[in-house]
Design a protein around this ligand. Structure first.
Ligand code: ADP
Length: 376
């Protein structure tokens, strides 16, 4: 089997190191050369890669981030950039590429695979590759979903999401303590792009009082179920604000609250529901002393949780096994294949009824169980 190139790309996520190590150690065990490409597609375009030895992959599963770097690479979005990547892969005698990254990185991997033959031919015509060198070139592409957002359809856990969730829960626990001490309300902004999984799961795990996620924009814009007139303007509040106020005010004597807002949350007019907007509403309508905490990059930093370490290791090994299978089957190269964690056995047998029938945020919202599950 020709050599394997492996890279981490896009936003870093805890467990990328374990995934890369899984690919590398499985390759080396099978006697196959393996190269780590530095800084994602940037290293591929610029031809910066290191051959890995067994010891290069020692002592790395517990480390956060990604040892071989990641970057956002504008050049790879261009045909010229991808041609340079193809030339570097052929020169490294790579028969396989493993991309560990989010949806953007995997989209890039698919495009590279679909353009491969074209780029090889053009590179030969341009004299960038010798004819005989390129003749045997064929590339198998495998992707592993690395994203703290848990936003990949068809998989239950993406690499890093569990660790990020742990980090958020730790932070919110700390915030609850100070919120209770000072009788303050905190609005905590968490990551997730367009996916509310982190916010929703953190809300359940920390007994948050209210959670805003992108999947559940309040509709209609003006509340009918909980009509609330603004105490400051006298006008009817927007639906999300009226619901929030009603929920936070319903427990008599409660002097503090925690609200979690996903960075992608928006209202029915697609205007972002930001931590600042939420703070304004709470202060104006309820008079709570309200603070904002944006957790930011602390969510993707730090050590991976045990689950991310072992899941990612297994995914890395699965990636190599697939590549070995393709290599044994011979040409033509199949479409790129992406592996995600889809193991139903990780779910406990008895679940809260609100989440028992669900697998993800969309299901929870679609089943009309979001409110039951979320509001403390
Ligand atoms: P993520 O993989 O975490 O979603 P990005 O969306 O930033 O992160 O993508 C990472 C890199 O993948 C980009 O910097 C770019 O090099 C490459 N990429 C993303 N989308 C495309 C695309 N449509 N075509 C080619 N390359 C892409």
């Amino acid at each position: 089997m020709r050599s394997v190139c492996v890279l981490t790309s896009g936003g870093d996520s805890q467990g990328m190191n374990a995934a890369l190590r899984g690919v590398a150690r499985a390759s080396l065990s099978a006697g196959v050369k393996v190269f780590a490409v530095w800084d994602g597609y940037k290293g591929l375009v610029e031809g910066v890669m290191s051959e890995l030895s067994w010891l290069d992959c020692s002592n790395m599963v517990a480390a956060g981030g990604t040892k071989y770097g990641t970057a956002r690479c504008a050049q790879f979005r261009t045909e010229e950039g991808r041609r340079a990547a193809v030339v570097n892969l052929v020169k490294a005698n790579a028969g396989a590429l493993v991309v560990i990254g989010g949806d953007g990185s995997l989209t890039g991997a698919s495009i590279l695979a679909s353009e491969w033959d074209d780029h090889v031919q053009k590179a030969v015509a341009n004299g960038e590759l010798p004819q005989d060198f390129a003749a045997a070139a064929e590339l198998h592409v495998v992707g592993l979903v690395g994203s703290i957002d848990n936003d990949m359809f068809g998989t239950h856990f993406t690499i890093g999401c569990v660790s990020a969730l742990h980090r958020i829960v730790e932070a919110v626990d700390a915030i609850r303590a100070t919120a209770a001490s000072h009788s303050r309300t905190f609005v905590v902004e968490v990551m997730g792009r367009n996916c509310g999984w982190l916010a929703l799961m953190a809300g359940l795990a920390t007994q948050a009082d209210f959670v805003f996620i992108p999947e559940s924009p309040p509709s209609p814009c003006t509340s009918t179920s909980v009509p609330t007139v603004s105490t400051t303007t006298g006008e009817l509040l927007e639906s999300w604000a009226a619901t929030l106020v009603a929920k936070l005010a319903r427990v008599e004597g409660k002097r503090w609250s925690v609200v979690i807002v996903s960075e992608g949350a928006h209202d029915c007019k697609m205007e972002p529901i930001t931590a600042a907007r939420i703070k304004e509403v709470i202060e104006a309508e309820l008079g709570h002393d309200t603070r904002i905490t944006k957790l930011g990059h602390v969510q993707r930093g730090g050590k991976p949780a045990a689950f991310d370490r072992y899941m990612s290791t297994n995914l890395g090994i699965a990636a190599f096994d697939a590549l070995a299978g393709y290599a044994a089957a011979g040409p033509p190269a199949p479409e790129p294949v992406y592996f995600g964690c889809s193991d139903a056995s990780v779910y406990p047998v008895a679940l809260h009824p609100a989440v028992a029938a669900t697998r993800n945020v969309h299901d929870l919202v679609a089943a009309g169980k979001y409110d039951d599950a979320m509001v403390a």
